[in-house]
Design a protein around this ligand. Structure first.
Ligand code: GLC
Length: 821
C-alpha cells in the first residue's frame, strides 16, 4: 500500500463537512502495526498502537467522555512524514517506521522518536524509546523515593507493600505512570501511559539521554501534554484523569492515629487529652484492633460496645472517627460473618483458574478478595459501610490494597488469579491479576467513595487509600505507607509528597513522627509536626507496640512548639481551604515545588532553584527548612525574587537570599510580595465556628491579590451555590494603598463579624488613616507583626483606601481626606 493511500483509506472519522485535510483522528498502519492519533483536548495528543488492531478503548483512569472528545487534526504530508496538528501540539509520524515525534505549537520538539512499530514485541510486551531533552528535569510518578528529580533513575510500576521502605526501594505502593518534564527554561511537557500492567520508566539511567518506557503487556496508549508551563501540564493531566474533589474541611485538620487505640476508653482518653492539651484536632482513627479478630466490617464489642455513642460523644468535642476497612474479607464460610456470606452469595470474590476462591493470609488469617473490577462488587462493598455510616463514622481508611498478602511470593496474589471486568465501557471479559494488580487499590477506594455517596448523597466522602492508580485522586486521599522514624525519612517524605501532588494526588501525607523503627527523638517528632502542619494531609500515625508519640509526648518545651504549629495550621485554615477548592477545579496541588509557582527559578540551577529543599503551600507561602534537617549548621535560603516577607514577623526582606540559623522552635516561612492571605481566630476543630473577625494579611507587591473561599465544609451544597468566593486585590496609590474587594459569588453567609486588615512591612511608628465608603476606619500598629491594622466591617464589595502619609495622631480622631468626603 502506498503511503498516500494509507492516508486516504485510514483517515477515519473525516466527516464530509470537514475540510478534506482535517480529520477527527488518524489511523495509520504499517507492517501489521496500527497506530492512531487523536487530540482529546487542547494541548494534548493521544497515541495508541497495537499489533493487528488498536488496543481496547477503555480506561480506569480517563473517563470515557474525556477520551472520546476529539479536536480536529490538520493533516499535512511531506514525503514519508505526516504531520497532525491541533491547537498547541502536533504529532509527526514517519510512515515507514511509525516512529512519532511530538512537537509543541511552535514546532519545538517535546519527545523525539517515541514509539515506532519496532516498539511492539511479538509476546505482547513493548519498549518505547525516545530522546530526552538535555536540560529536562523529571517529576511525578507518584510516591517514588529515589531522588526528587527522577532524571537518571529507573522506576517500576507494581503496587507493593513496602514496610520500612528506603530511598532505594522500588516499586512502592502506587502506580501513577505520569511524568512532568521541565527544562531549565521552565518549559514543560508531560506524558501519561494509561497502562495498568507492570511497566518501567527509565529516564536516561540505562542509556544516557534516552527515555525508555517498557511493559510486559497491556495497551500502548499514551497521552502527551504540551504545557508549556508546568502548571499547564498539571491542568492538562487533570483534564484527563480528573482532580480531587473538594474534601470535607475536617480532612485538612489535624488527624491522630495509631495502630491501635484498643478500647472505647482509650479513644475517649485520646480525645480528652487533645482537648485538655489544647492541641487542635479533627480526627481520631481506629486501626484494625477495633475489629473482631481483624475481620473487616466487624466490631470487637467487648472493647467497643457502642460505636455510635462513641462517635456521637467525640463529635460534640469536634472530633470525627475514621475506621479502617481493609479489602481482605476473612475466609470464614458458615460462621455468620456477614461480609463473607453476602459476598459469597453474590459470587464476588476472586478465583483461581480452576474456579476455587483464591485465599491468602492477611490480618484476619486466610482471606478472600472482592473483585473490584466488577461494578456489582463495588456496589456490594459500598453497602458494607452502611452500618458504620449510620453509627456516625465520618470516613474510611482502605489499607493493604496493593493487595498485600503475607508470606506469598512477591507479597501479593498469584498472577493467574482471574478477574472479571464488568464495568465502565470495558468489554466484559476475564483477565489475569497481571492486568488488574496495579488498579486494585484504586478500584477499592472508588468502591468506598461511590458507596459513601450512595449512602449519604449530600455528604462529601472521606476515603484514605494506600495503593492506587492514576485517576485515583477522584476517590481518595493517600499516604506514603510504612515509613521510618528518621531524619532521612522526614526529608525523603517531603519530596514524595511534592511528587504525589505533581501526580494528581493533592491530598497526601506521611505518618507524622514515623511509623516504624526506633522511637523518634523529641526534636525529630517536633520537626515532623512543624513540617506536617503544612502537609496537605496532616496525620500522625505509628506502628503497634511502640512507645507513644502523640504530640504531647516529651518535655513541655517541645510540646509547646508542636502546639504552636498545629494551631498555626488552624489559623491558616481559610488559606488552605481556598487552595483546596482551587485544586478541585484546576488540579494544581496544595503542596508545590517552588518551580511550579516560579518556573524561572530552574534557570538558577542550584538545587533546582531551591525546589529540592524548599516548597510552597498554595501560591504564596514558601517553607524553607534546613536542607539537612538535623544539622545545627547555618544554611542559605534563595527566594524566587526580591521583596519577600517573613511570615512570622511580617517584615519585608531586603534581598533574595538569606542565611538562616536553625532553631528547633522555628520553621522559616516566607510570603510572596503581592499576597493577600486569609487567616482566622484559633479554633480547636474545624467543627467549631470561629468567633470574631476574618484576618486578611496584605503583603504589598506586584500582582497583589488573594482569595477568600468558604462554605459549610461538609456537604455538597457548594455545588448548588452554597459557597462564598471573593477576590481581593491591592494597588499602590500615591499616598498609600488601595484594597479592592470584588463582588462576592455564591450564597454562603460567612461566620465573621468583620475584617481585620493587616498591611505588612509597616515600618512607620504611626498608624495610617483608612477609609471605606467615605467613613474612617479604626487603625493601629502591630509592632510584632510589622503591620498596620485596620478594622473594617465585612466587605462584600467596595474599596478600602489606606493613606500612609497622613499618619493618625494617636491622640486625636482620624480625619478623612478631601477625596473621601
Ligand atoms: C499497614 C498500614 C499501617 C497500619 C497497619 C495495621 O501496615 O500501612 O498504617 O497501621 O497496616 O492496619
Amino acid at each position: 500500500m502506498r503511503p498516500s493511500s494509507v492516508l486516504a483509506v485510514l483517515a477515519l472519522g473525516a466527516a464530509s463537512t470537514l475540510h478534506a485535510e482535517t480529520v477527527e483522528r488518524m489511523v495509520l498502519s504499517r507492517g501489521g502495526v496500527v497506530l492512531e492519533v487523536s487530540a482529546p483536548a487542547s494541548g494534548i495528543v493521544r497515541i495508541r498502537m497495537g499489533r493487528g488492531k488498536l488496543p481496547e478503548d477503555a480506561s480506569w483512569a480517563v473517563p470515557a467522555a474525556r477520551r472520546s472528545a476529539r479536536l480536529p487534526l490538520k493533516v499535512t504530508r511531506r514525503g514519508e512524514q505526516v504531520l497532525l496538528r491541533t491547537a498547541n501540539i502536533a504529532a509527526r509520524i514517519d510512515l515507514r517506521t511509525l516512529r512519532t515525534d511530538v512537537l509543541d505549537g511552535g514546532g519545538r520538539l517535546l519527545l523525539a522518536d517515541l514509539a515506532g512499530r519496532a516498539a511492539l514485541s511479538p509476546d505482547g510486551g513493548f519498549r518505547m524509546r525516545g530522546r530526552m531533552g538535555g536540560d529536562d528535569h523529571v517529576f511525578g510518578l507518584g510516591d517514588k523515593t529515589g531522588t526528587f528529580d527522577r532524571k537518571g533513575g529507573a522506576y517500576t510500576m507494581w503496587n507493593t507493600d513496602t514496610y520500612k521502605f528506603t530511598q532505594a526501594t522500588d516499586p512502592l505502593y502506587k502506580t501513577v505512570p505520569f511524568f512532568l518534564a521541565v527544562s531549565d527554561r521552565g518549559q514543560a511537557h508531560g506524558l501519561f501511559l494509561d497502562n495498568t500492567w507492570r511497566t518501567t520508566f527509565d529516564f536516561g539511567k540505562t542509556e544516557r539521554g534516552v527515555l525508555s518506557i517498557s511493559g510486559e503487556g497491556g495497551p500502548v496508549d499514551y497521552y502527551v501534554m504540551a504545557g508549556p508551563a508546568p502548571k499547564d501540564v498539571l491542568q492538562q493531566y487533570a483534564r484527563l484523569t480528573g482532580s480531587a474533589p473538594l474534601m470535607p474541611q475536617w480532612a485538612l485538620g489535624f488527624q491522630q492515629s495509631k495502630w491501635s487505640y484498643k478500647t472505647d476508653a482509650e479513644v475517649r482518653a485520646i480525645a480528652r487529652r487533645l482537648r485538655s492539651e489544647r492541641l487542635p484536632s479533627d480526627v481520631i482513627y481506629m486501626d484494625i484492633d477495633y475489629q473482631d479478630r481483624s475481620r473487616p466490617f466487624t466490631v470487637n464489642r467487648q472493647a467497643f460496645p457502642h460505636v455510635r455513642r462513641l462517635a456521637d460523644d467525640l463529635r460534640t468535642q469536634g472530633i470525627r472517627l475514621v475506621l479502617i476497612t481493609d479489602p481482605h474479607i476473612a475466609n470464614a464460610p458458615g460462621q455468620g460473618y456477614a461480609a463473607y456470606d453476602s459476598g459469597a452469595a453474590q459470587d464476588l470474590f476472586l478465583k483461581l483458574p480452576g474456579g476455587r476462591y483464591y485465599s491468602g493470609d492477611v490480618w484476619p488469617g486466610a482471606a478472600v478478595f472482592p473483585d473490584f473490577s466488577r461494578a456489582q462488587a463495588r456496589r456490594w462493598w459500598g453497602e458494607l459501610h452502611a452500618g458504620f455510616v449510620s453509627d456516625g463514622v465520618a470516613g474510611f481508611w482502605n489499607d493493604m490494597n496493593e493487595p498485600s498478602i503475607f508470606n506469598a511470593p512477591g507479597k501479593t496474589m498469584p498472577l493467574e488469579v482471574v478477574h472479571r471486568i464488568e464495568s465502565d465501557d470495558f468489554a466484559p471479559r476475564s483477565t489475569s491479576h497481571a492486568e488488574m494488580h496495579n488498579v486494585y487499590g484504586q478500584l477499592n477506594s472508588r468502591a468506598t467513595y461511590e458507596g459513601l455517596l450512595r449512602l449519604q448523597p449530600d455528604v462529601r466522602p472521606f476515603v484514605l487509600t494506600r495503593a492506587t492508580y492514576a485517576g485515583g485522586q477522584r476517590y481518595a486521599a493517600t499516604w506514603t505507607g510504612d515509613n521510618v522514624s528518621s531524619w532521612q525519612h522526614l526529608k525523603m517524605g517531603m519530596q514524595q509528597l511534592v511528587n504525589l501532588g505533581l501526580s494528581g494526588f493533592s491530598y497526601a501525607g506521611n505518618d507524622i513522627g514515623g511509623y516504624a523503627g526506633e522511637r523518634p527523638s523529641p526534636e525529630l517528632l517536633t520537626r515532623w509536626f512543624q513540617l506536617g502542619a503544612f502537609m496537605p494531609l496532616f496525620r500522625a500515625h505509628a506502628e503497634t507496640g511502640r512507645a507513644d508519640q502523640e504530640p504531647w509526648v516529651g518535655v513541655a518545651a517541645q510540646v509547646e512548639i508542636r502546639r504552636r504549629f498545629i494551631s498555626e495550621r488552624y489559623r491558616l485554615m481559610p488559606y488552605l481551604y481556598a487552595a483546596a477548592e482551587e485544586n478541585s477545579r484546576s488540579g494544581i496541588p496544595l503542596l508545590r515545588p517552588v518551580f511550579l509557582n516560579f518556573p524561572s527559578v530552574l534557570a538558577h540551577g542550584d538545587r533546582l532553584g531551591g525546589s529540592e529543599d524548599q516548597f510552597m503551600i498554595g501560591g504564596d507561602l514558601l517553607l524553607a527548612p534546613s536542607p539537612m534537617l538535623e544539622s545545627p549548621g547555618d544554611y542559605n535560603v534563595e527566594l524566587p525574587g526580591k521583596g519577600w516577607y517573613d511570615y512570622w514577623t511580617g517584615r519585608r526582606l531586603d534581598g533574595k537570599g538569606l542565611v538562616v540559623k536553625p532553631d528547633i522552635a522555628q520553621l522559616p516561612v516566607y510570603v510572596r510580595p503581592g499576597a493577600i492571605i486569609p487567616r482566622q481566630p484559633l479554633v480547636q476543630s474545624t467543627a467549631f465556628i470561629p468567633e470574631g473577625r476574618l484576618e486578611l494579611h496584605v503583603y504589598p507587591g506586584a500582582g497583589c491579590q488573594g482569595d477568600i473561599y468558604a462554605d459549610d465544609g461538609v456537604s455538597l451544597a457548594y455545588q448548588r451555590g452554597g459557597f462564598l468566593r471573593q477576590r481581593i486585590r491591592c494597588e499602590q496609590t500615591p499616598s498609600g494603598l488601595k484594597l479592592l474587594f470584588e463582588q462576592r459569588e455564591g450564597s454562603w453567609r460567612p461566620w465573621w463579624n468583620g475584617m481585620a486588615l493587616y498591611v505588612h512591612g509597616w515600618d512607620a511608628e504611626a498608624a495610617p488613616q483608612a477609609y471605606a465608603a467615605g467613613g474612617a476606619l479604626a487603625t493601629s500598629v502591630d509592632r510584632e507583626q510589622n503591620a498596620a491594622v485596620i478594622l473594617a466591617p465585612d466587605l462584600a464589595g467596595g474599596v478600602v483606601e489606606i493613606d500612609r502619609q497622613r499618619a493618625v495622631d494617636p491622640q486625636g480622631p482620624p480625619q478623612p481626606p478631601a477625596s473621601a468626603l
